[in-house]
Write a protein that binds this ligand. Sequence first.
Ligand SMILES: [Zn+2]
Ligand SMILES: [Zn+2]
Length: 135
Amino acid sequence: MTKLTGKCLCGEISFAADGDVPVMANCHCTDCRQSTGSAFAALMFMKESDVTVTGTPKTFQHASDAGTTMTKHFCGTCGTPLFTQNSARAGMLGLRAGLINEQAEFAPKVNVYTSSKMNATALDGALAAFEKMPG
Ligand SMILES: [Zn+2]
Ligand SMILES: [Zn+2]
C-alpha cells in the first residue's frame, strides 16, 4: 500500500492515492516528451479506483504508435500534466511522478522507448531498458 499526494502548479487540481503501484517507469517516447515538455516522463501506474482526484482536469486524446487511444489529463488553468491513460490498460492511471510529495515512493524499475530518448539523457544501467514498449 502506498499513500501518495500531489497537486498541479496552481493547486486547482489535487489528488490522493492509496494502493499498489505495480509499474514505475521512465518513458522516453516522443509523445511523452511533447506532452510533458521534459526529457522523459516519470510515471507511477495505479488502479484508477485507488486515486481520488479533487478538481476537474481537462483531457486530450491521441493515438499511440500501437494504435491505442491515449488520454492525457492536465490542469486547464496552469497546464500541469497530471495523468495519462492507455485504452489498452483499462482502469489504470499513470500518475506523473514529479508531482508527488512522497518522493521516496518513486523507484522506477524500467526505461521504455529508449530508442527515442534525448542524446543528453543518461540511463541508469541498473534498470531494465526497452527500445519500445515491452509486451
Ligand atoms: Zn493548475
Ligand atoms: Zn511515453
